[in-house]
Design a protein around this ligand. Structure first.
Ligand code: PHE
Length: 344
């Protein structure tokens, strides 16, 4: 039969060797559990004299408390060292630079549209939009391009059905505004929007592009007002020394009509491959709104006159930033888009 002393020595030795929480828990059951070493000791109580029992019981109890204390201390020291180990392993180096967030930037077409809209709204123009699926009536007829007129050929078109098409120019917004505001003159609007033509896609043509239409109708509006307005835009967008040229042209909805060129950004007018040796690059179509267009909208063309222009935003982006292929504005190659981080 083992003595209290032996059990104590044995337990202490066992506990001493326990080097992790798991082993310790196992030992705790082996020593203090219902079928443990101390429980065995207590069984000896039966064989003792009555007066020896309390003394023995007291001794076993003391041993039990002593062992419990050792186990508790060991448990907390294990927990502590485990935590310290974890802390040292998971150390955070707060001096490391943080993971940088990639922020987006505006698409060049948006940058250019915003710049143009901001300029015109600062001059008192109101921004107006229109539907991309447009009625033949507003896209062609009200622009003085009747059915079967050969001028339609130039804008060979995506028809949705016999009456509706993907608008070929923002002039469709112009004819809508002329109608809706015919009793609310003067009119001063700037109309951005996507436009569509069945074009063979190449470096300077895309079946989808963006236009901005400007329209001003009031009494006494002259060609010089148009020219001055376009000069302000050209210098605002392309720099103070940017020159423009008005070249006679033909549109069914303006009379007279002009095409407006910028001095070539590349050769400054000397002539180069970018401007096909002319020194000029076309930016937009414009003119004085045709009296017939005003009358069709219900506006008195003897009293009122005005100008309109339609600018290709894609073309303006290509000129300003030297983008060589219009298609790269739509294929969204991030290497190109990232470059526009610097502009805004
Ligand atoms: N709508 C014409 C085009 O798309 C541009 C234009 C607009 C010309 C307004 C004159 C006046 O080519």
């Amino acid at each position: 039969m083992s003595s209290i002393h032996d059990i104590k020595e044995e337990s202490l030795q066992l506990l001493k060797d326990a080097d992790n929480l798991e082993k310790l828990e196992k030992l705790r059951v082996e020593i203090l559990g219902k079928k443990g070493l101390l429980a065995d000791l207590m069984k000896q109580m039966r064989d003792l004299d009555k007066d020896e029992r309390p003394v023995f019981g007291q001794k076993v109890n003391d041993l039990k408390q002593e062992l419990e204390k050792i186990i508790r201390e060991k448990i907390s020291s294990f927990i502590e060292s485990e935590m310290l180990k974890k802390l040292s392993e998971e150390k955070i180096d707060i001096t490391l630079p943080g993971a940088s967030l990639k922020h987006g930037n505006k698409h060049p077409l948006t940058l250019m549209s915003d710049a143009i809209l901001e300029l015109y709204t600062s001059m008192g123009y109101t921004v107006v939009k229109g539907p991309e699926i447009e009625l033949d009536k507003y896209n062609f007829e009200r622009a003085n391009i009747p059915e079967n007129h050969p001028a339609r050929e130039m804008q060979d078109t995506f028809f949705v059905d016999v009456e509706r098409l993907l608008r070929t120019h923002t002039t469709a917004i112009q004819t809508r505004v002329l109608e809706s505001e015919s009793n609310n003159l003067p009119i001063k609007v700037i109309c951005p929007g996507k436009t569509y033509r069945r074009d063979d896609d190449d470096a300077t043509h895309s079946h989808q592009f963006i236009q901005i239409e400007g329209l001003l109708i009031d009494e006494n509006i002259k060609m010089t007002d148009l020219k001055g307005t376009l000069e302000v835009m050209a210098t605002h967008l392309f720099g103070d020394d940017q020159k423009i040229r008005l070249r006679p042209s033909y549109f069914q909805f303006t009379e007279p009509s002009v095409e407006v060129d910028l001095v070539c950004f590349n050769c400054k007018g000397e002539g180069c491959s970018v401007c096909k040796q002319t020194g000029w690059i076309e930016l937009l179509g414009a003119g004085m709104v045709h009296p017939k267009v005003l009358e069709m909208a219900g506006i008195d063309s003897l009293r009122y006159s005005g100008f309109a222009f339609g600018l290709g935003v894609d073309r303006a982006v290509m000129l300003k930033y030297g983008v060589k292929d219009i298609r790269s504005l739509y294929t969204n190659d991030v290497r190109l888009l990232d470059m526009f981080d610097r502009f805004d």
